[in-house]
Design a protein around this ligand. Structure first.
Ligand code: IDP
Ligand code: MG
Length: 154
């Protein structure tokens, strides 16, 4: 099963959209296996986005990403990387496909609500960036249903 890192960026958190964004990933069949809220420090944001160092938008991106808390999530499922990115839509919210999260709730090409890993290699790096192995969980759909294993009357 593939895993991908998804962030709700500061705009999504500040607009109270956590409860709007997360069900969308559940609805396409992905499973949440890791979750935390944190505020990025500038050096962390710089490291996370280091592939974009030197771009005109790099410094404003770091300011944006450190402006408020973010939600970091790991979603698991078949084709999780592509599935999550198609749900989000393309980078510029103004040009993203109608119905995508970025188009519905993002603002422009910087303030675009969510991040999603773009390849298995980035997913591996980005998941490890935010989560220790014991902060990620494996579980099945019926793991909670322990009735058959209980002693009578318990
Ligand atoms: P992605 O998030 O769709 O993978 P990337 O090209 O990896 O897009 O860019 C990382 C982030 O940098 C974007 O999500 C967006 O917040 C910001 N960004 C990308 N291109 C621009 C731009 O041209 N102007 C302003 N911000 C940008
Ligand atoms: Mg990217």
């Amino acid at each position: 099963m593939e895993r991908t890192l998804v962030l709700v960026k500061p705009d999504g958190v500040c607009k109270n959209l956590i409860g709007t964004v997360t069900p969308r990933f559940e609805q396409v069949g992905l499973k949440l296996v890791g979750l935390k809220m944190l505020r990025l420090e500038r050096p962390q944001a710089a490291d996370f986005y280091k592939e974009h160092q030197g771009q005109l938008f790099y410094e404003p991106l770091l300011s944006f990403m450190t402006s408020a808390p973010i939600l970091a999530m790991v979603w698991e499922g078949e084709d999780a990387i592509k599935t999550a990115r198609s749900l989000m839509g393309s980078t510029d919210s103004r040009e993203a496909q109608p119905g995508t999260l970025r188009r519905q709730y993002g603002t422009d090409n910087r303030r675009n609500l969510t991040h999603g890993s773009d390849s298995p290699a980035s997913a591996e790096r980005e998941i490890a960036f935010f989560f220790k192995p014991d902060e990620l969980f494996s579980y099945g759909a019926s793991d909670w249903d322990l009735e058959g294993t209980r002693a009578p009357g318990a």
